[in-house]
Design a protein around this ligand. Structure first.
Ligand code: ADP
Length: 502
């Protein structure tokens, strides 16, 4: 199949979160299965033009009130196989993307013209196809910034030039939907009747993700459990009704992990490689981690690691919240060491800095560091991830394959990837709790700590069970192929109802 990935992020070019990892890894895995994959991204300011190849000529993109002229650049996605490389196309427009930040900058986290920027990008995706003379079988859009791709396909592009093409839309995080005042609909260049028929309308606002969810031929999110949860009021971010309405076309496909990058047997960031057969390298990683953070090197004190965006979604309020967070009592009451790498909301960064001055056994690095994140995954005994909600989550999977037991909330993809420790059978791969409360976190860390000291054999069995899990992208890519095939079997009449011809 010819598959076009439309996304606002893809590693190594642009990343703010797991979306970027997923888009590139899925593209490479699909190419390995023999499919022809092209990725379209905006050319952000941070992506160096000198490292890309410019396509000759300019490209006009129809926008409200005329045409916006842009350039198109291309590059091969790193990691591509020589035989069937994944090509990335970058839409370059100075006015929309020639600035710092992907969605915003500190102080302005959501640029005011984002609806206009991403409407332009989504329309540009089709112009790139025309420019390079390539007709995809599947337009696969990711998250709200690309959600207008299925909308444009149905309302205009398919009847015009892409009669056989189908669309899929993946939700990587339902918490972000691209909701703007409805005057912004003007930027889509679509008729106002489409505002209602395509599902843009959202309490008198314009919701870009909602329109995509109404319109795409197939939908999915990044874990089966999150697919179920998002159809409930508790986790649906007000779109649970839409997702229930589309439930026949909506599935969950677990993300994989990049097993070349995240593999304790060949990780360049850790002192010594290790495997389930010989864990001595893990002990060395623990020493290196304790030294790195300036903690006393104590092999028998359990280290609990965290690598996270410091935002409410990740449950950091319940761990570090002033006066009520659980970190204070965990570090005071238990002989453990807690290390954190992360950045995010200023209140949380400040609270963490203050706590790390007051607690001898808590160390934090506020910032972003690939190397440190690997060392924390390898050197910790436990990995704490108390997410409020978690579409898939990557860090708990990294933890499992590094023999680090996740302590997670029973939600989203965490519930699909971690098996709670069963004291009767001694089986499991981690420790889970249901309620997002400081006391539940405290108690579960206490449980893990007690298991570490009193049931060492079970703990080692759990480590090995986690390390044997297969989170490769190959499995997930095959499920995406099934999703595309299912979209293609929708009869073309269903895909081309009369109202779509406007
Ligand atoms: P989300 O996309 O919601 O942030 P995921 O667990 O799906 O959560 O993916 C987060 C990715 O970003 C992981 O690869 C994680 O290791 C990485 N990450 C998050 N914060 C940092 C940080 N401060 N330093 C290095 N890597 C980080």
């Amino acid at each position: 199949m010819k598959i076009l990935m439309a996304s606002s992020e893809a590693v190594p070019f642009a990343k703010t979160g797991g979306l970027a990892d997923a888009v590139s890894a899925l593209s490479l895995a699909l190419a390995k299965l023999g499919h022809e994959i092209k990725v379209v991204l905006p050319r952000y300011y941070s992506i160096n033009r000198a490292e890309l190849t410019k396509l000759p000529g300019e490209m006009g993109v129809p926008v409200s009130g005329g045409e916006a002229w842009s350039a198109v650049y291309t590059a091969e996605l790193p990691g591509s196989a020589k035989k069937n490389p994944v090509e990335v196309y970058f839409i370059d427009h100075e006015g929309f993307f020639g600035r710092d930040g992907i969605y915003g900058v500190p102080g302005e986290p959501d640029f005011l013209d984002n609806p206009r920027r991403f409407a332009f990008f989504c329309r540009g995706v089709f112009q790139v196809c025309r420019k390079i003379g390539w007709t995809p079988d599947v337009f696969h859009a990711h998250d709200w910034p690309a959600a207008l791709v299925p909308v444009f396909l149905k309302y205009g592009e398919r009847p015009r030039d892409f009669p056989q093409a189908v669309s899929a839309l993946t939700i990587h995080n339902l918490g972000y939907q691209g909701v703007y005042s409805k005057e912004n609909f003007y930027h889509t260049n679509l008729g106002w009747d489409v505002f209602y028929s395509a599902g843009f309308e959202d309490w008198n606002m314009m919701n870009m993700l909602k329109a995509g969810l109404y319109t795409a031929d197939k939908l999915n999110t990044v874990s089966p459990n999150y697919a179920r949860e998002t159809q409930t009021q508790a986790h649906g971010f007000r779109l649970d009704g839409v997702l229930r309405y589309r439930s026949g076309d909506y599935t969950g496909i677990l993300n994989g992990i990049d097993t070349d990058l995240w593999n304790p047997q060949k990780d360049p960031y850790i002192p010594e490689p290790y495997s389930a057969k010989d864990l001595s390298g893990k002990a060395k990683a623990k020493t290196a981690l304790q030294e790195w953070f300036g903690l006393p090197v104590k092999p028998d004190v359990p280290v609990i690691g965290m690598v996270t965006r410091l935002v409410e979604q990740k449950g950091v309020g319940e761990v570090f919240g002033p006066a009520y967070g659980s970190a204070w009592s965990i570090c005071n009451d238990m002989d453990v060491q807690l290390v954190l790498l992360g950045s995010g909301e200023p209140w949380c960064e400040n609270e963490i800095k203050s706590l790390s001055y007051r607690l001898a056994n808590f160390k934090a690095h506020i910032g972003y560091s690939e190397k440190e994140s690997h060392l924390i995954e390898a050197g910790s005994d436990f990995f704490l991830m108390p997410s409020r909600y978690e579409p898939c989550g990557l860090n708990q999977m990294y933890s499992l394959v590094y023999g680090t037991l996740p302590i997670v909330r029973n939600t989203g993809g965490l519930a699909d990837t971690v098996q709670n420790f069963n004291e009767k059978t001694g089986k499991g791969t981690g420790f889970m709790f249901d309620d997002l409360t400081p006391s539940a976190i405290y108690n579960t860390v206490g449980w893990a700590n007690a298991t570490y000291h009193n049931r060492r054999k079970d703990l080692e069995t759990m480590r090995v069970a986690g390390m044997k899990q297969n989170f490769s992208w190959k499995k997930s890519a095959e499920l995406y192929v099934d999703l595309y095939e299912a979209a293609r079997t929708v009869s073309s009449e269903d895909r081309n109802p009369d109202d779509a011809r406007r």
